[in-house]
Write a protein that binds this ligand. Structure first.
Ligand SMILES: Cc1ncc(COP(=O)(O)O)c(C=O)c1O
Length: 346
């Protein structure tokens, strides 16, 4: 154990944990739990990577305002990094994302500009571009910024290789938000662990990669319009309404071996099962990735080792369908328990 100079030193080095009760006994399932990052999501990595690269290159000037379009976790990670380093932060975010996220960013000192839900992910991206141009702010461009993928090549990938040193990693399973994790980790695995099959997953109702329809892009790689295969889905942080450039790069480099789709109820169920049977508390997209891992497990050879990325904590989803049916009041069974002893009853 060592003393860190500041909170940013605690980003990364998240644990890989074996799954003990879920999935077929013939294979070994593992999860990399990104909620162990200081702001409880994988996006802390890209926030630090993008800001430090921009400081080094001089694109980000001391005291300059930082702006980003984000469904939440990137904004929360950036808010932490900017608070520690002293940059003002503005975040644009579609109003459809959970309210916990807005409050967290504001608590960390960021300003949050909401965009209308019908304009989806591309609406919040456009708003950030307009505000950056108008005020000469530093736009982090998480969906296209190579520093995002580079950070994963420098940190996430070596952590995985170290955890599986001497153990064959047969499958690595991930979703994509920007594709930073996918692009950055997949290219290292292809080089250093070529027998690892890379599985990319996306929502069944938003099968952007599965459908194979090309994304129309602007000159800077940003999306020119919403992708025709997109439908709104509950896996916040997964698959925006366009194929991000970093995701497109990983696919073009043929670094993904298989694409799987995950149905909404399977994602919710997997998240609940991880919590209630393994004590592993993750968000909807973590459940979705694990559901894809379970599908891989069904047909994997005996003794296969499968690693699933779990991007964030379940605590960010208290106001979403993930917690539907989780009551605040006592159930009938709980009331009976309460009535079964004489003290502290209503
Ligand atoms: C909540 C959440 N955060 C982050 C990610 C991954 O992010 P990215 O593709 O931007 O590296 C995902 C996607 O898997 C996600 O669901």
């Amino acid at each position: 154990m060592r003393i860190h100079d500041n909170i940013l030193g605690t980003i990364g080095n998240t644990p890989v944990v074996k799954i003990n009760r879920l999935g077929p006994a013939s294979v070994n399932l593992f999860v990399k739990i990104e909620s162990f990052n200081p702001m409880a999501s994988v996006k802390d990595r890209l926030a630090l990577g993008i800001i430090e690269d921009a400081e080094k290159s001089g694109t980000l000037k001391p005291g300059q305002t930082v702006i980003e379009a984000t469904s939440g976790n990137t904004g929360i990670g950036l808010a932490m990094v900017c608070a520690q380093k002293g940059y003002p932060l503005v975040v644009t975010m579609a109003e459809s994302f959970s309210v916990e996220r807005r409050k967290l960013m504001r608590f960390l000192g960021a300003r949050v500009v909401l965009t209308p839900a019908p304009l989806k992910g591309s609406g919040m991206v456009k708003k950030a571009q307009e505000l950056a141009a108008q005020h000469d702010w530093f736009l982090t461009r998480q969906f296209e910024n190579e520093s995002n993928a580079d950070m994963h090549s420098r940190t996430t990938a070596p952590e995985i290789l170290e955890a599986f040193d001497g153990i064959s990693l047969d499958y690595w399973v991930t979703g994509y938000g920007t594709g930073g994790t996918l692009k950055g980790v997949a290219r290292v695995l292809k080089d250093k662990s070529p027998s690892t099959r890379i599985i990319v997953c996306e929502p069944e109702i938003a099968p952007l990669l599965t459908d194979g329809i090309e994304q129309k892009r602007n000159d800077d790689g940003s999306p020119a319009e919403s992708h025709p295969s997109f439908s709104p889905h509950p896996m916040q942080g997964w698959t925006p309404d366009f194929i991000p450039k970093l995701t497109g790069d990983a696919m073009a480099d043929e670094n993904a071996d298989q694409i799987l789709t995950v149905a909404n109820p399977n994602a919710m169920e997997a998240s609940r099962n991880l919590a209630q049977q393994e004590g592993i508390f993750v968000g909807i997209s973590g459940g979705a990735t694990f559901a894809a891992g379970l599908e891989v497990a069904e047909s994997a050879a005996e003794g296969s080792n499968i690693l699933c990325m779990l991007p964030d904590t379940g605590e960010r989803y208290l106001s979403t369908p993930l917690f539907e049916g989780v009551e605040t009041e006592m159930s009938e069974a709980e009331q009976q328990l309460s009535a079964s002893t004489p003290s502290c009853q209503f």
